[in-house]
Design a protein around this ligand. Sequence first.
Ligand SMILES: [Zn+2]
Length: 317
Amino acid sequence: MKRLITAAILPIAFFCSCQSARTQNQSQASAPQPQVVVVPTDELSREPSVGPATNAGATAAAQATPAQELRGDSSDMQMSLPPPATQTASAGPRISYNSCNVNGPYIAMTFDDGPNPELTPKLLDMLKARGIKATFFVVGQNAAQYPEILKRMVAEGHEIGNHSWSHPALTKLGVDGVKKQIESTNAAIEQATGQKVTVMRPPYGATSQILNRRYYDQYGMKVILWSVDPLDWKYRNSARVSAQIIQSAHPGAIILAHDIHATTVGAMPETFDALLAKGYKFVTVSELIAMDQPAQLVKREEPKPQSAPAAPAQGAR
Ligand SMILES: [Zn+2]
C-alpha cells in the first residue's frame, strides 16, 4: 500500500519542476536553445527503467518510474553548464545540439530507451508507411538483446545513436564508468549493424562540457539533446503527447520521445500525419546537423502545408 501511495505522490512532486521547465521551453521556442542541463536529484537516486515492459503488471511500476530525460530550472538541481552552441561553434566544430539552424522545414524525430520488442517494430511500421526517417537512441543492454530490431532500423534508413548501456547519469560516473557505458553500447550497435556510431544522447540529458569533448575526441560522437519535449514518460496520454509535439515543432527541431511507452507509439500516427500536413520533412539527426549553419544565414520561415484541402468550387455546398 505504501508503495502505491508513493507512486501516486511522486508524479505530483515532479509536477512543479517539470511544468516550469515546460514553460521555459515554450517561451524559448524561437530563441536559441539553452544548453543548461539539469537533473532532479530524486530522479538520479532511483533505479532507471530501461528494459521493456513485458506484461501488464509492469505498468504500475512504470507509472512510478522516473523521467527518462528531464530538464528543469531549479538552481539546486543544476548539474552542469555545457557551453552555448555559439561558443562551441566559434572554437571549432559544433559538438552538441539542442536544435539546428536550417533553411527549410526539416525536423528530426528521436526515440530513446529502446528497442522494445513489441513497440519498436510497430513504430518502424508506422515510419515505413509514411517514408519517414527517425533516429533511435538505444540503450546498450536492450540493443544487445534485440539486434534484429537494430538491423531493421538501419535497413529502413534510420539512424542509431548511443544512449548508454544501462541508463545511468553519466555525470555521476568516473572516467572508467563512462568509458564502459559508452564503449559497450557502441560495440553492441556496431556488432548488430556494422555501422560506426556518431551521435549520442546522455541519459536524463546529464552532461558537461568536459564529457561532451570526451565523447567527440575519443569516439567521434556528437551530443544530441532536444528542443521539443512532450514529457511522454510522464503524460501517458497519446492525445496529449501528439498535441504537444505538433504545437512545439519548429524548423530545425530535435524532438524527444520514447519508444518504450505504448501511449507514445500510439500517438505517432496522428503526430506524423499532422506534421507532414504542415509541410515538415523528417530527417535523421545526422542529416539535420549536416544542414546546420550560422543562425544569421537562416531565414525563419514556417513550413508550407503540403496537403491543404482543395478549395470548394464556387457555389458548392
Ligand atoms: Zn533515456
